[in-house]
Design a binder for this molecule. Structure first.
Ligand SMILES: C[S@@+](CC[C@H](N)C(=O)[O-])C[C@H]1O[C@@H](n2cnc3c(N)ncnc32)[C@H](O)[C@@H]1O
Length: 218
C-alpha cells in the first residue's frame, strides 16, 4: 500500500496551471546563479554530525544552497520556515533575510544533532513551537504569513498537514512573495501540488531536493 512519503512520478509542468511567465523564470535563473555563488560552510560547520554537514553541502540533491540562492536574490525582510528540525535552513536563510521565523512542533533544543544555541548564534531567527493545523493557532499566527516575502514549507508531509496548511498560507501571502514547498514528489503531496494550488509554480527538484522542490509565485 502506498505511503504518504513514497516517491511518485513528477507532475508534468504542462499540467500545472496557470503557466509560469518569463519574469518568473528570470527570477529562478538568478536564484540558481546565487546558489552557485553561495557558501554554506559556516552553517554546516555548526552542525554536530558529519552526515548532516554533508547534506548541507550537497547541491543539487538537497535544498540548502538553493535556499541560500532564494534568500540572496529576494533579500526578504521576513522569511518563514515550517519545520525547523536541526536549524540548518533557518541559519542559511538568516544570513540574507532580515528576520526569520521558524515553526516546529518540537523546540530546537529537543532535536538531536541540532545547531547548538541556534537562536543565540543567529539572533534574527526566532522559533515558534506550534502546530498550524490547529485552527486557533492558525488564526493567532496568520498575520505573520501575510507579511512574509519567502515561506519555506518543510513540515511532516504526512498526507494531511500540508493539504490544509499550504492553501491557508497561500491565501494570505502577499503578491510578489514566493513559497518553496519541499518534497512535492511524495505521494501525499501530489494532489496538493497538482490540484490545490492556483498560482504559477514549478518543480525545481533537479536544482534542489531530489524529492521535489516546489516553487510557487504568489
Ligand atoms: C524535514 S524536517 C525539516 C528540515 C529543515 N527544514 C531543513 O531544511 O533542515 C521536518 C520537521 O517538521 C517538523 N514537524 C512535524 N510536524 C510539524 C507540524 N505540524 N508543524 C511544524 N513542524 C512540524 C518535525 O518536527 C521536523 O523537525
Amino acid at each position: 500500500m502506498q505511503k504518504p512519503q513514497d516517491l511518485v512520478p513528477v507532475v508534468p509542468q504542462s499540467d500545472l496551471v496557470p503557466a509560469l511567465e518569463d519574469r518568473h523564470i528570470e527570477i529562478l535563473v538568478q536564484v540558481c546563479g546565487e546558489a552557485l555563488k553561495s557558501n554554506v560552510d559556516e552553517v554546516a560547520s555548526n552542525l554536530v554530525n558529519e552526515v548532516d554537514r554533508d547534506f548541507v553541502h550537497m547541491w543539487p540533491g538537497e535544498h540548502y544552497r538553493l535556499l541560500a540562492g532564494f534568500a540572496a536574490r529576494l533579500n526578504p525582510q521576513l522569511a518563514i520556515e515550517i519545520g525547523t528540525w536541526q536549524g540548518a535552513a533557518a541559519a542559511i536563510l538568516s544570513r540574507t533575510c532580515k528576520r526569520v521565523v521558524t515553526f516546529d512542533v518540537v523546540a530546537i533544543d529537543g532535536i538531536p544533532g541540532s545547531i547548538p544555541e541556534l537562536l543565540e548564534r543567529y539572533p534574527n531567527v526566532s522559533q515558534v513551537v506550534a502546530n498550524l493545523l490547529d485552527d486557533e493557532i492558525w488564526r493567532e499566527n496568520s498575520t505573520v504569513f501575510s507579511s512574509a516575502d519567502l515561506v519555506f514549507v518543510d513540515g511532516p508531509k504526512d498526507g494531511v498537514f500540508e493539504s490544509v496548511v499550504v492553501p491557508r498560507i497561500l491565501g494570505v501571502m502577499k503578491p510578489g512573495s514566493v513559497m518553496v514547498l519541499d518534497d512535492i514528489r511524495f505521494a501525499g503531496m501530489q494532489d496538493l501540488w497538482k490540484n490545490q494550488i492556483s498560482f504559477p509554480r514549478i518543480d525545481l527538484g533537479s536544482f534542489g531536493h531530489f524529492s521535489g522542490t516546489g516553487v510557487v509565485f504568489r
